[in-house]
Ligand binder design. Sequence first.
Ligand code: HDD
Length: 693
Amino acid sequence: MLAPRCRADLYRGTTVADDSNQKQQQLDQYRVDSTNTRYTTDQGVRIDDTDNSLSIGERGPTILEDFHLREKVMRFDHERIPERVVHARGSGAHGVFQVYESLAEYTCADFLSDPSLVTPVFVRFSTVAGSRGSADTVRDVRGFATKFFTRQGNYDLVGNNFPVFFVQDAIKFADFVHSVKPEPHNEIPQAQSAHDTLWDFVQLQPETMHTIMWLMSDRAIPRSFRMMQGFGVHTFRLVNAEGRGTFVKFHWRPKLGTHSLVWDEVLRIQGNDPDFNRRDLWEAIASGQYPEWELGLQLVPEADEHKFDFDLLDPTKIIPEEEVPLRMVGKMTLNRNPDNFFAETEQIAFCTANVVPGIDFTNDPLLQGRNFSYLDTQLLRLGGPNFQQIPINRPVAPVHNDNRDGFHQHMIHTSHTSYSKNSISGGCPATGVLAGDMNGVFRHYTERVEGEKIRKRSPSFGDHYSQATLFWNSMSPWEKEHIVKAFLFELGHVERRYIKEQVVERLTNVDTGLAAHVAAGLGLPAPTARTTNHGKSSPALSQAGQPSGLATRKIAILVGDGTDAAALNPVMQELESGKAVCDVIAPHEGMVGSLAVDKQVSAASSVLYDAVLCAGGEELTGNAYAVQFVREAFRHGKTIGALADGEALLRAAALPGHQGVIDSSAGDGFTRAFTDAVIRHRHYDRDVDAFPA
Ligand code: HDD
């Protein structure tokens, strides 16, 4: 394991990284350190005892006069606020963003046009459907919301790890969310899409189909928040100093590559560590392995708005990277864990309408509705209009206006006026026009709009299947297999047969082969409809061949009495110098020879690791936990290595194949071969369907 060597150290205190940034300096004013302090009430009055209520006599009644008791109980009663109606479960971190070179040609946003600026950010990752206490590793979209604390005000890029969305119009959002949430009569199932109402919605609302393909793919079960892409989803607009607009799609690309878990592993992680993704992010940052993403832009000149075979305003569509390549323009690094989950991660309030000069909206009807929803929901969640004054939400840019009062007002406005225009306060705060200073002023993009007032979906939003097919065609064979299995798992939990049949019918429009496989697995008649697959693909959509590395990969080192530490130590050193994280696992805690044990095997599980190195003595071959450990790792496509008599454990596990299994036959090249195999992430070529673990 990397320094700090003791896992418990990762949970002590906070990571202090770059404290020179303006947001951190601002937050410092609100950070409370209680070291060497005395206990007081909320009024600052010192208290002698917080263990016993004030009562009449030792066995008598508690009295109303006990202000300390009443305050303590009242404060506890009011600790909870409503959880987010979607994206309730999340994890956040602080960091910084810096653009590589000026984008002033496209935007007047200064954080995108001045490469010398280091902009503080806070990112919150989330699942969507589950409540706050649900497991991390469910099949779901992941939220990827970034707040940039720019010098020109806060900019929020509230995205997901899918580039497309389930519905095209915000008016359908509540319907979609109601269908995927637990069913209303019994509130079952929690954080699952595998139930009747979601699939009923899907079969009746074919615009969901493209995003459903993503949801059935491995993208919906990321290995780590640090290993997933992010997307702004909508087409936005960049606007330069001359007022010229350019359409833009925002992408986050993880430096560690895009990697996923496998479904059987996911199910077991939920029991072993429901905080799997949260813990992974926390530990990586706490140990100094800061996750990084590059910001990529797809830029489309306004003149090209209609050159695509889909509508740029339709959020169920991607712009294939082969048509408009990504331009990598900057890098984000997350380098500091929050000090307090509630104060920061829970209270951060994102809003798509938070834009800065140089970034503007399009008429995407999903985006237009979102711009209302986020502000509205914070009023309920955070209890009033002053939630922007909560420390985590405060801009680092100065705030001056005539908004006043309301619940939880923290500011003491000393001005005698709160209206504009005024003469009494010298006209201040003065708008750009009144001040005659338009420098850094947000100006809405000038767009000519005319038409009749109608409630109607544009016919240009009518093709729901071409890009679902594009996604399917772009998958490698193992990715396709995972998608088919996901459909079978999900629809296998649907009780109404007609819903399954209807979903299969819709799938014929994506690909008849896919529909036939799903029908066969569900015991339904083969679909009769014959549609033609357009045959196009976008290789960039596949996760096969993603860049990968050793850094932060978690390796379980299985050892037992008799393990040859002299043979093991150089291998571990090599792995740790490549920034892998090694945990020594043995039948008991304490020491095994000269090796310090991190976990005992019955308290560990292979599903929490990326690879297993069997360095154990003979005693492990008779240990059911150890044998299970190796069999499970094989079933989940993980690299397995065996050093010296660790091979006995491989024999005990009776693995059915050898792909990604490195043993003494690698000779002197063992460490290299093992490392290379780990870097492959998973060995999907194993035939594991007939191999129970
Ligand atoms: Fe949303 C939260 C992402 C459509 C209404 N959304 C929320 C979060 C993310 C997204 C990442 C969590 C923010 C956080 O961490 O606090 N939402 C998306 C994306 C969408 C999308 C990428 C489609 C492209 N959302 C969407 C629509 C609506 C909402 C169409 C409403 C019409 N979303 C909300 C919300 C939430 C929210 C109810 C719940 C908590 C919050 O806003 O702060 O307002």
